[in-house]
Structure formats: structure tokens, C-alpha cells
Design a binder for this molecule. Sequence first.
Ligand SMILES: Cc1ncc(COP(=O)(O)O)c(C=O)c1O
Length: 358
Amino acid sequence: MIKAPEHISALSPYIPGKPIEELERELGIKNSIKLASNENPIGPSPAAVRAITAGLKKTLNRYPDGNGYYLKNALAKKLSVKPDEIILGNGSNELIDIAVRTFLTPGDEAVMAHPSFVVYSMAVQAAGGKAIQVPLRDYRHDLDAMLNAVTPKTKMLFIANPNNPTGTMNTKEEFERLMINIRNGILVVVDEAYYEYVTDAGYADSFKHFRAGRDILILRTFSKIYGLAGLRIGYGIAPQGIITEMNKVRPPFNTNSVAQKTAIEALKDKGHIKKSKEINNTGKKYLYKELSSLGIRHVPTEANFIYMPVADSMNIYKNLLHAGVIVRPMGHDAIRVTIGLPEENRKFIKALKSVIAL
Ligand SMILES: Cc1ncc(COP(=O)(O)O)c(C=O)c1O
């Protein structure tokens, strides 16, 4: 059989969770809750969903607008940027891949943190590049160490801010220092998938450097606070020259018409975003309090999930699963739980109590 090149066969595929119905059938349980993928527990804006179902019949036989004209215009207005400074992706995930395929050639290096979003290293390795992984420090990106990891071969540097899986963020000062010291010609990818959840006023200002025309690509998504993960739509913001090059690699109809339309409507529903943030903040406080009283270490989060360094994470994960709560094990020494609805958070804590009592 045909063989994939060595840099592809050496990759480990991303392992998604099983469908919830299948898992329940296997385990013989019911009414389980999924707190594993950092989705919005209240779902998307109802107004946005109503708006799309209305026009579906007339548009599904047509190809989508490959340029995403109306969505890019709506985003441009909201963010005070030009439509030409925006690229749409089938989730921000696809934009990571497109950026790598646009700017990295085999043998080039890309600096990233570890642990961080696994797709960065997968995309880089699939393109024949080398992922240079710099350990987190106190669960946060160590931007100074990442800068020190830059070599003449470095083409890209990835920052997840806030970071997945730890939920931590980098500050303005830390990010300034990086941007002052990094040489031009390295694309700094700032992945802000969770930025709407951030409450700390010291959060890094990536837009300042975009406006200054630096080599920066800011990634955002409709999958998290907008509750549209299933539709697959995200966007990138970068100086026009960077977007022009990425558009040469982007598949012509990469974002679908339903996703584009829903995203436009979702942008209008500010009340839904406010409500989602409030639910997250309330859930966060409740979980901090309960985890502290259980004596379980947890990392303060700026996102919609909480990272808990625990010994024997696989056992805790499996026992929680049997109790009907799906969380994400992170290697063998941590679990990550998405902040859910109040009743989901209560169910998680109740299950956790029974699991640690075992
Ligand atoms: C840091 C980070 N970036 C990007 C993504 C991908 O989001 P999307 O659904 O837009 O592809 C995720 C999803 O979990 C994430 O955690």
C-alpha cells in the first residue's frame, strides 16, 4: 500500500471523544453531561438560529459566497478593521493549518508552548516543520523562554491567549516585551479563541501590533462564547499582505453559507454574549469555592474551563464517566473541565466528591 512520508506517519492523530449517545450505551448510563470541549452550555443565540432556518431552502443548492463578503463586512465594522484584513476559516482550526501551509517550508521551526492547543504542533509537523515546544511556567506561557527558543530557522510562534488547557493568560507587558524583541519575518499567531471570557484588565493587546503592521495573525472563533462549534466558523485578522498570501492557500468555499449567515446574526445578539459571560463567571466562582473546600488544586482561569492538576487523572476521568460526567483528561497528571450550567456544575462536583472518596 502507498506509504505516507515519514513526517506524516510519525504523527499521532487528534483523538476526539465518542458521541455521547454511544458512550451512554456502552456504559449503561443516562443523562450524562459533556464538560469536555469548552463549548457554550447555553448554545447559540436563539435569534441567530431563527434567522437561518428561515432562508435555508432557497440557498442550500447554491455554493456559499467564497469571499464571505457580508460576514467580513460585519466583522470589519465591529472590530474597526478593513474587510481585506480578515480571513474566514472552517473554524479557527483551519486557519492555523492555512497559516502554516502559507508561511512554513519543510525544515522550518515553529515555537509554541507545552501544554497548549495540540493542533499547532500537528499542523507544523504535517507541513514538514519542526515544533519547538517550550514548557509553561506556573501554567502560563513563558514568553521570555519562547523568545529564547527562536533560532534563524524560526518562521512562526504560537501563543494561545488564554491558553488551552490551562486557562491562563499573558499580560500586556509580557506580550509587549515579546513583540519588541522578536525579529520581523516571524509570524506571531495569537490564538484568542476564548478572549470574550477574559475578565483580567491586564490582558495583552494584540490589536495594537496588528495596527502597527507587524507580522501578526490574531485568531478568533464563533465556536466558544457564540456557541456555534458545530457550524465551524472562525476568523483571522492580520495586515493585508499576510491575508493576501493566506487566501492563495485557502480552499475557495471553505466556510459554508449557513455558518456565514448565522455568524452575522450571532454578532448582533450582544445580550446573548453578556448572558453567556455571566453564566461562566457564576459557574467559575461556584467551582472555585467547591474545589477549594474539597482541597483540589485548580488553576485560576480566564476562559470557560478549569485545569486541575491531579495525580491519577485517567482513573478520575474514568470514574467521572461512570458517574455520567465527561471531562477531558490531560495526560496523566491533570483533568480539564468546562464550566457548565449551574446544574451541570453541581452534578460535576457531586460526582467528583464520590470519585475522590473511592
Ligand atoms: C486555543 C484554541 N484555539 C482554537 C480552537 C479551535 O476552535 P475552532 O472551533 O474555531 O476551530 C480551540 C478549540 O478548542 C482552542 O481551544
